[in-house]
Each structure stands twice: as structure tokens, then as C-alpha cells.
Write a protein that binds this ligand. Structure first.
Ligand code: 3H9
Length: 697
């Protein structure tokens, strides 16, 4: 008897319980167990109905993704699903937690579905670069109608039980005891003689009407906009179309071949890698589960500028009472006005209602002076990027904050060890680097100064989770992981403009690799003066052997700060935000090139792609080698969540492995010879290239 699928009789109903923690994934043992126990129930004359449910916290959350890298073993999930609907006795799926992907497909093989009120159902396979491969593309449209089915299959977002009931996916919602309720439901089905609903029928397809074609067009358009460059939503739709036009067994046969192709595609491998990478990021090699995070019941934020306000909103949105401190009442008031504006925008977009706005605002208090922070558990400093200012703030906080409070800096590149040294409690000091806008961006770079205690770091990681963010840990160095690895890409982008490329060409090439915006348009958006100030603050550390970003400086000297100035790399007419080609940029680039002896020439798209990506990859390798990042996948998670690098590419380190480290090293050697010291190859890259190794595998 199978251990992972339990068998129990409740009167004349056989209850099959899937018990495969943590999420009851439908791995080989579960599939075998289901078939065994199903056959047992079929053969048992004392049984007249069957209930299938999940033990623990959820109904199966899908196929076991880890098995996708191994040869598939029989019985395939689709065989289990087909077997289910051929059973003559009524089978009821009882759903709690999350019935996702193969989990939901399993329920579609059942004749009835009941759910707990809090259950969620969905087909998130597209997010893994595949599509529902156990006939979900055929069965869900038959159960829920084409539009609703495509909503789940193409957009990949789960829905709640109430909506699932409305869509016809769920027959009944059961309050209270789900197991008892499902057994009672099954008994009633038997007593009433309710016909079993078989979701593979009608067998000869349901037809592709004009309405259907229009619905498919709508979802093709949505997929193109929301998942630009990603194949799986389109593969899913092709599969759904087959299901509409072919008899079920034929459509399923085509489906299987398409599924295998999709599963073996680089996009799917990258997306599966990203799935596990983001979960791995929360695990710190030397900080075990036994290190408990400190309790955070209240927080304070220093600074009500753009960054500070975003952090305040992020904390208040997640239920934390938060005090925001400024140097004058006027600054506090201005900050509060902007916070209210953000909430009003959320109402306009339908994300919250007025009651929710009031609840969140009630959690926020404005104050002048650090004394207001004497009783909070966490202080996040979001002041101007000036090391002396920040050191002074940390010194003052040291004398005001209560013992055990976490003192965090939101700096995006500064030496947090120096801030920790400005206090008498360096073990409590960490970095919490948010990304703009802090209330919306999902990445939180948690920075670990040398003396930070393990529980202070655990608190930072736990805060990320509690505020709906992906926390990734970095050690201290200039720019930590995220900004340090991105800077070389921006640097090369500006050098390429100096050498003859147009900003539009550079940006188009990088959008061609899937980035949502080109790096120069992003600089215009965030303000060229931000990195200019940083370069100025580091002027005394500049290595004269390294090429310098003269053109970027010149743009700032001319007041071309980007969108806010109406001009930067591009021109922005009449206060607009749409980048327009500006011939003046070329004139400036020619002048700077002449002054510094840069030869201008035609630059190929290939050169742009290689220089921008390889510069970032080389820096990523150095970050990994120096132990600033614990693993290559942590760098990738930063790029996916911090810079919108396409998830289907896996990130820069995964991309590097796909290209081949030998090839990248060869090209970097050439670029080193041509452009000098900034292209010094990372020792780790050199070693791995020689060993035919990789960063991520
Ligand atoms: C599919 O079904 C294909 C079929 O159509 C066709 C087949 C032929 N497999 O996220 P968490 C692990 S494709 C293996 O931290 P939460 C996860 O790695 C699948 N492992 O918990 C983690 O492990 P660890 C379609 C899985 O509460 C642990 O479980 N389904 C799987 O925040 C806890 O996960 C999906 O895409 C899996 N399917 O969220 C759903 N799922 O502890 C994917 C999770 O070692 N899963 N693990 O780090 C999820 O979205 C979330 O895990 C879930 C729980 C919402 C369920």
C-alpha cells in the first residue's frame, strides 16, 4: 500500500488523502499511489463514491517541478486524470489551500469539485515556461468556458473559491469541516443519482466559433503585452485551439508532444531556475532556521523624500505602525501630502478603497526629531546619500533607539560597516536597500555588515517576506550586488554612445534581449545627476588607468539631467515622458570623443549586446568570487526583481551559462586588450572557462 496516498472508509465513501509535504506535489510516488488506491476503491463493493483531498496545508500545488529535469516515469499525470474520469463511481475532489497546475488538472478528472472558502485555484504553468500538460487545456474550457479558461491558463493567476464557483469550476463551497462536507456531498450525489460530469466530453471538440476566435485574439494580445518575448502563453493557446477543434484523444496526443518541446526549451529551464532561485535566496548558508528573527511591532523611517515615503507606505501597507521623521514640520507635512496622493492614486486604480486608505494612513505618524524613534523596533534611515550625514545619524540613533532595535540604512552603495562603527552596537546595524518605488518594487537587498548579528540579518530577511518582497542577502562593497553588477552595463552603454552609437540604438538592443526599458531611458527617468553625484563623491578614488564616464558627466554639466530637466540622453517635449531622439546628444558625444581621443565609428548591435551584457556578467563573477553574493542565483534574482530583466532569460548569470563561459571569456579578453583595465576578466570566470564550468549548474 502506498504511504503517500492514504485510504480510509467513511461509511460507503472511500477517502483518498494525498500526503506529500510540503505542497503535495504530484511526483511519481503520488501518481502511483493514486492509481493504486483508486483501483482499490473501484474494486471495493462496499464503496459507492470516492473523495480525494490533500493532507496538511494544501491540495496538490502541481506536478513536482523537480522531476522535469529527469526522464518522465509512468504513470504520467494525464493517465491518472484520464483514469479518474473513467471510474464509474462518482469521484469528488475536495480542495483546500492551493490547487494549482497539475493539482487543478487532477480535480478536472474528478466528476465533482468542492472547495473550502479560502481555497485558491489556478494554472500557473505559463510562469514556468510550460502549459497545463495533463489535459487542462482541453478540460478547463469545457468546464469553465473559453474566456474563463484562458484567463487562468494564459495569465497564470490563481482565483479564489467564490470566483471558481461562479466560473463553474467548483460545484459547492463547504464551510467548516471540508472532509466531512465532501463525504456528505458524495453521499448526496449517490442518493440523488446525479450524473457524473466528465470533462473530456464532448469527445469531438467544442468548435472554434467567431466568438472563440475573438476571445483567443484578446488573450494573444494580453500575452504579448504582459509577457513580452515569452512563448509558453502562445503554446498554451495553440493547445487550447487543438482542444476546441479536435477530438479529445487526438488533441491530447498533439498536446503531449508540444508539452515536451516546451518543457525542454531554454525559456522553461530559465523560468524553473528562477522559481527555485527565488526560494533559495531566502536561505542563508550560515544562518539556520533555529535563528529567530527579532520581533518587529513598530518601525520608524528617517526621511520623507521619494525613497523614505515609499518605505513608509510599504510598511504601513503590511500592517506595521510607522513613524516618519523629518528635520522640520514643513518637510513632514509635505511628505504626508505625497503619501496621501499615493493612496489616492491606488484608489483611482481600484487597488484599495477609501476605508482601506484610512486604515493604512492611521498607521503612519509624522514627527520632527529622532526622539520620536526611541521606542520603535526597527529604524530605516533613508536620508541623502552622504556618508558623513549618515554616520552622524547613526551616532545619534545609537543614543536614542531602544536596546535591541534594528538600525538599518537604505543606502544603495555606501559603506555600512562605517555606519555600524559610528554606533556602540554594530551587531544591530544592517542594510535594507529598497528599489524605487519602494512600495511597489518587490526586491529588497538585505546588506550584511561584518559585525551584524545573525538574528539582525534574519530580521531583515523576515521583514522582506512580511512586506511581500523577495529578500536577497549581500555583503558590503561599493554598490553591493545589485548596483555594482548593473553599473558596468550602464557604463558601457554611455561609452558606446561616445564611440558612435545613438542612445536609441543602445536601448533598442537591450530591449531586444527582453529588458522593459533601455538603460539610457532608465537613466533619464531616474535622473543622470544621481550617479553624477556618486562619481563626484568618489572622485579621489578614481583609478587613472580606468576609462572614465566623461560623456555622462558632460551631460550633467550641461544640465541634461533627464526627464525632470526636459532633456537628457533624449529630449522630452512639453513636459512629456516619451523619449525623443535628440541630435544635440550626438553633437555632445562628438565633442567629448574628440577631447578624449575616442574614435567614433559605426557600432553593430552585436557589439552593443556583448559589451553591455558581458560587462555585467564579468562584474557578477567578481561579486560571486569575492563572496559578496552567496550564490550566482542570488545575483539573478536581483536582476529579475530589481531591474526587470526578463524572467524567461533566468538573469545574467544563467544567461552567461547559456552562452557559454568559454565564449564570454574569449570576448572579454579581446575587450580587455581593446578598452583596458575595466575589462580585466574575473578570476572566477577565467577558472570556470578553463574547466568548462558554469555559474548556476
Ligand atoms: C505542473 O503542474 C505541470 C502540469 O500541468 C503537467 C505535468 C505533466 N514542485 O513557495 P514555497 C516547494 S507545473 C516541487 O516556499 P509558499 C518549494 O520549492 C507546477 N516543489 O511555499 C519549496 O521548497 P523548499 C504548477 C515545489 O507557501 C516548498 O515547496 N504549479 C512545488 O510560499 C514550499 O514552497 C506551480 O507552479 C512544485 N510544484 O507557496 C505552483 N511547489 O522548502 C508552484 C512548491 O525546499 N508553487 N515547491 O524551498 C507555488 O506557487 C508555491 O509553492 C505555493 C506555496 C503557492 C504552492
Amino acid at each position: 500500500m502506498s504511504e503517500v496516498v492514504g485510504y480510509e472508509l467513511k461509511g460507503r465513501v472511500a477517502v483518498l488523502t494525498i500526503d506529500n509535504p510540503p505542497v503535495n506535489a504530484l511526483g511519481i510516488a503520488v501518481r502511483e499511489g493514486l492509481v493504486t488506491q483508486l483501483d482499490r476503491a473501484v474494486a471495493d463493493e462496499g464503496v459507492n463514491a470516492i473523495v480525494i483531498l490533500g493532507a496538511g496545508r494544501t491540495f496538490p500545488a502541481g506536478a513536482d517541478i523537480r522531476e522535469f529535469d529527469q526522464p518522465t516515469r509512468e504513470p504520467h499525470l494525464i493517465a491518472v486524470v484520464d483514469h479518474l474520469d473513467s471510474v464509474e463511481k462518482p469521484v469528488v475532489a475536495a480542495i483546500h489551500g492551493t490547487a494549482l497546475g497539475g493539482g487543478l488538472e487532477l480535480t478536472l478528472g474528478c466528476h465533482f469539485r468542492v472547495a473550502a472558502p479560502g481555497a485558491r485555484m489556478g494554472m500557473p504553468e505559463v510562469n514556468l515556461g510550460i502549459f497545463p500538460g495533463a489535459a487542462g487545456t482541453q478540460r478547463l474550457p469545457r468546464v469553465a468556458g473559453l474566456d474563463h479558461a484562458l484567463e487562468l491558463i494564459v495569465l497564470g493567476k490563481p482565483i479564489g473559491a467564490a470566483k471558481a464557483k461562479k466560473y463553474g469550476i467548483v460545484d459547492a463551497i463547504i464551510d467548516g469541516d471540508l472532509r466531512g462536507g465532501a463525504v456528505a456531498f458524495a453521499e448526496k450525489v449517490v442518493a440523488d443519482g446525479t450524473l457524473r460530469a466528465i470533462s473530456s466530453e464532448p469527445c469531438d471538440g467544442i468548435g472554434l466559433s467567431e466568438d472563440h476566435a475573438a476571445t483567443i485574439e484578446k488573450y494573444r494580445d494580453l500575452a504579448n503585452r504582459r509577457m513580452r518575448g515569452q512563448d509558453s502563453p502562445h503554446q498554451a493557446m495553440d493547445s487550447v485551439i487543438d482542444g476546441l477543434t479536435m477530438p479529445y484523444p487526438d488533441a491530447v496526443a498533439v498536446d503531449r508532444k508540444r508539452f515536451e518541446l516546451c518543457k525542454n526549451s531554454v525559456q522553461s529551464q530559465a523560468l524553473r531556475y528562477a522559481f527555485f532561485a527565488e526560494r533559495k535566496a531566502s536561505k542563508i548558508p550560515d544562518i539556520g532556521k533555529d535563528v529567530a528573527p527579532r520581533e518587529i511591532a513598530s518601525a520608524g523611517v528617517i526621511g520623507a523624500g521619494t525613497m523614505g515615503r515609499g518605505i513608509v507606505i510599504s510598511l504601513a501597507d503590511s500592517g506595521f505602525p510607522v513613524t516618519v521623521v523629518e528635520t522640520s514640520q514643513e518637510s513632514v507635512d509635505n511628505g504626508m501630502v505625497e503619501i496621501v496622493k499615493t493612496y489616492d492614486e491606488m484608489i483611482q486604480r481600484g487597488r484599495i478603497d477609501a476605508v482601506e486608505k484610512d486604515k493604512r494612513l492611521a498607521r503612519i505618524t509624522g514627527a520632527v526629531g529622532f526622539e520620536a524613534l526611541n521606542d520603535v523596533d526597527l529604524v530605516i534611515e533613508a536620508a541623502f546619500e552622504d556618508l558623513d550625514v549618515k554616520k552622524q545619524i547613526f551616532g545619534e540613533l545609537d543614543s536614542i533607539a531602544k536596546p535591541g532595535a534594528i538600525l538599518a540604512s537604505n543606502t544603495s552603495y555606501m559603506d555600512i560597516d562605517a555606519l555600524a562603527a559610528a554606533t556602540s552596537r554594530p551587531e544591530d546595524v544592517i542594510g535594507l536597500h529598497y528599489f524605487v518605488p519602494a512600495n511597489a518594487m518587490r526586491l529588497l537587498e538585505v546588506v550584511r555588515p561584518a559585525k551584524a548579528s545573525p538574528d539582525a540579518i534574519a530580521t531583515g530577511m523576515s521583514l522582506a517576506k512580511k512586506t511581500g518582497k523577495i529578500g536577497v542577502l549581500a555583503r558590503v562593497c561599493h554598490g553591493f550586488i545589485a548596483n555594482r553588477s548593473r553599473l558596468p552595463l550602464v557604463r558601457e552603454a554611455t561609452f558606446l554612445v561616445e564611440e558612435g552609437a545613438s542612445p536609441a540604438q543602445v536601448d533598442a538592443v537591450l530591449m531586444g534581449v527582453g529588458m522593459p526599458m533601455g538603460p539610457l531611458a532608465v537613466s533619464d527617468l531616474s535622473g543622470l545627476d544621481v550617479s553624477w553625484r556618486m562619481r563626484q563623491s568618489l572622485a579621489n578614488q578614481h583609478d587613472p588607468e580606468e576609462r572614465y564616464m566623461h560623456l555622462a558627466d558632460r551631460m550633467c554639466e550641461l544640465g541634461r539631467f533627464g526627464i525632470k530637466a526636459g532633456q537628457g540622453w533624449y529630449n522630452y517635449e512639453d513636459g512629456g515622458r516619451r523619449p525623443v531622439h535628440d541630435p544635440v546628444t550626438e553633437v555632445i558625444a562628438m565633442e567629448v570623443a574628440k577631447e578624449h581621443g575616442t574614435v567614433r565609428r559605426d557600432i553593430s548591435d552585436d557589439e552593443i549586446r556583448e559589451r553591455c551584457l558581458y560587462a555585467a556578467i564579468n562584474e557578477g563573477a567578481k561579486i560571486l568570487d569575492e563572496g559578496i553574493a552567496a550564490r550566482a542565483s542570488d545575483i539573478d534574482v536581483m536582476w529579475l526583481y530589481g531591474f526587470g530583466f526578463p524572467r524567461w532569460s533566468g538573469g545574467i548569470m544563467f544567461t552567461a551559462d547559456e552562452i557559454g563561459l568559454g565564449k564570454i571569456y574569449q570576448r572579454i579578453k579581446e575587450l580587455h586588450a581593446e578598452h583596458g583595465k575595466l575589462w580585466t576578466p574575473s578570476p572566477l570566470l577565467v577558472r570556470l572557462a578553463k574547466e568548462c564550468g558554469s555559474f548556476t549548474r
